[in-house]
Every structure is written in structure tokens, then in C-alpha cells.
Design a protein around this ligand. Structure first.
Ligand SMILES: NC(=O)C1=CN([C@@H]2O[C@H](COP(=O)(O)OP(=O)(O)OC[C@H]3O[C@@H](n4cnc5c(N)ncnc54)[C@H](O)[C@@H]3O)[C@@H](O)[C@H]2O)C=CC1
Ligand SMILES: C[C@H](O)[C@@H]1OC(=O)[C@H](O)[C@@H]1O
Length: 259
């Protein structure tokens, strides 16, 4: 097991990519903490699934846009497990909307959740890892952020969203520098189009869906579980101990497919 007895926290872990990461990590032996926004039943069902195969998990409600949620989540994990080994910043929103009439509240909320929330959460987790100090192997912990292919390319109805994903990637690059001396690795995964609730309405348009599928060399849209392996790899000290400040596209090859 790649994460045996390691403690892994994930924001937005009640559904979609975050849930798949939580369950995948628990299957690799990690003790898991799940932050969720509002859907208590979904969060509890993720916890139940993990406990069902003998794993350990807890869920804590909290809006990542509120800095107090970050300190509360970290405190709950330390109370439950005594430490944090990997922090996965995953929570995010993408309310598709055109640029010229984008409402101010949609822009502000998207930035607050996706970028400010990532900052508060990663900072709180990093402070805990620094308090823990380095283990004998030189590592204090690792942070993995779920950025996006959208950090590298644009989207007509995502002018408020793509800058937040570029920001999250940049945050991992800068924190990799700031935290290297503390034994903390910081990396980003960049998913392509993954079938979750975030794009359910957008991909209900058959024309758009088949266009997106056609752009992908591996011939299919992603599933949330496609992100679990890459995140587990980056979390694993034995496999990725010399990897920091890196970004890993998980997009079926979409990004390189110009023509
Ligand atoms: N689905 C896709 O195609 C892609 C998704 N991503 C990113 O993956 C991450 C996860 O998204 P998906 O699983 O696709 O969507 P999803 O809608 O299934 O899950 C989003 C999760 O974030 C949580 N969340 C939203 N606002 C929150 C808040 N204020 N506080 C705490 N939790 C909050 C939700 O409760 C949910 O658990 C997001 O950061 C998204 O930007 C990146 C690239 C592609
Ligand atoms: C929500 C979108 O379908 C999804 O989000 C991303 O970050 C990807 O680039 C896709 O556009």
C-alpha cells in the first residue's frame, strides 16, 4: 500500500474528483479527512464507503472561502490523527457564463472559492506540517493542488474560472520554493475534461460533448477516478520524493492535440 497510515486531507471531497481521491487514497492505506461545502449526505456516504472496506475517515463541513474553515479542518485532522502528511486542495466551482455580461458576484465568488480558498487551506496545512517538523527521512508533508488544463488554455465561458486555475498552479510553484526548506513538496495536477457535476449542464449539449471527446487522443472524457492515481503518486514520498513545483496534466492527451 502506497500511503499506509499516512494522513491525507482533501477539500471538496464529498463528490466528483475529491471523492475519488479520498477513496483511492484510503484504498492505499491513508487515513482520510474530507472537507465539504453543504452536501452532508454525500460526505457521509464517502466516509461510509471508506469505513466499509476497513479504512479510516471523517468529514467536516466548511466553506473554503472562509479562512476559519481552513484552521478548523486542520485542527480536526490533528485531533483525529495527530498529524497531516498530504493536503489535497480540490474544492472548486465553475459557473459557466459569458464574459461581457458576467455578474460581479459570480466573478468574486469563483475567485474566493477557487483561489482564496486554496491559499487559506494550503497555508493552514503547511503551518501544521512545519509544526510537525521533518521526519527522519527529511519529509514533513506534501501538498497537491487540483488545478486544471484551464491553467494553460482559455475558455469562452470560463473567463472568471481559468485565471483561478492558473493562480492555483502558480501557488504550488511559489509554495514549492517557500516550503522546500521545511521538507514540504508542493505539486499540481491539471485535469482535462472530467465527467462530474461541475460540467454536467455544459456537457448536456451533445454537440459540445462529442466535440470535446473528439479532441482527446485516448478517445474518452475523464472519470473522477482517473485523478486518484496521479495524486497518490505525488503524495507518495517513496515514489515522488524528488518531485516538487511540478504539474501533471491528466487529460487523455487533449492539451497536445492541436491537429
Ligand atoms: N471536472 C472537470 O472537468 C475538471 C475539474 N477540475 C477541478 O477539480 C475540482 C473538483 O471539481 P469536480 O470534482 O469536477 O466538481 P464537483 O462539482 O463534482 O465537485 C466540487 C467539489 O467542491 C466542493 N466545493 C465547492 N465549493 C466549495 C466551497 N465553497 N467550500 C468547500 N467545498 C466546496 C463541492 O462541494 C464538491 O465536493 C475543482 O477544483 C475543479 O475546478 C479541474 C479540471 C477539470
Ligand atoms: C468544468 C469544465 O468542464 C472543466 O473545468 C476545467 O478546469 C476543464 O478545463 C474543463 O473546462
Amino acid at each position: 500500500m502506497l500511503l499506509k497510515d499516512k494522513v491525507l486531507l482533501v477539500t471538496g471531497g464529498s463528490k466528483g474528483i475529491g471523492r475519488a481521491i479520498a477513496i483511492g487514497a484510503a484504498r492505499q492505506g491513508a487515513r482520510v479527512g474530507i472537507n465539504y461545502a453543504g452536501d452532508e449526505a454525500a460526505a457521509e456516504s464517502a466516509v461510509k464507503e471508506i469505513r466499509g472496506f476497513g479504512g479510516e475517515a471523517f468529514a467536516l463541513r466548511g466553506d473554503v472561502a472562509d479562512p476559519a474553515s481552513a484552521t478548523a479542518f486542520v485542527a480536526a485532522a490533528v485531533e483525529a490523527y495527530g498529524r497531516i502528511d498530504t493536503f489535497v486542495n480540490n474544492a472548486g466551482i465553475c459557473p459557466f457564463h459569458g464574459f461581457l455580461d458576467m455578474p460581479v458576484d459570480v466573478v468574486d465568488r469563483t475567485i474566493k472559492v477557487n483561489l482564496n480558498g486554496a491559499y487559506y487551506m494550503c497555508q493552514a496545512a503547511a503551518n501544521q506540517m512545519v509544526r510537525q517538523g521533518k521526519k527522519a527521512n527529511g519529509f514533513a508533508g506534501s501538498i497537491v493542488a487540483v488545478s486544471s488544463i484551464s491553467a494553460l488554455v482559455g475558455g469562452e465561458f470560463q473567463t472568471h474560472y481559468t485565471p483561478t486555475k492558473a493562480g492555483v498552479l502558480s501557488l504550488m510553484q511559489s509554495t514549492a520554493i517557500a516550503l522546500g526548506k521545511h521538507g514540504i513538496r508542493c505539486n499540481a495536477v491539471l485535469p482535462g475534461t472530467i465527467l462530474t457535476d461541475i460540467n454536467k449542464d455544459d456537457l448536456a449539449d451533445e454537440g459540445k460533448r462529442s466535440y470535446m471527446e473528439g479532441r482527446i487522443p485516448l478517445g474518452r472524457l475523464g472519470q473522477p477516478e482517473d485523478l486518484a492515481g496521479p495524486v497518490i503518486f505525488l503524495a507518495c514520498e517513496e515514489l515522488a520524493g524528488y518531485v516538487t513545483g511540478a504539474s501533471l496534466l491528466v487529460d487523455g492527451g487533449a492539451f497536445v492535440n492541436l491537429q
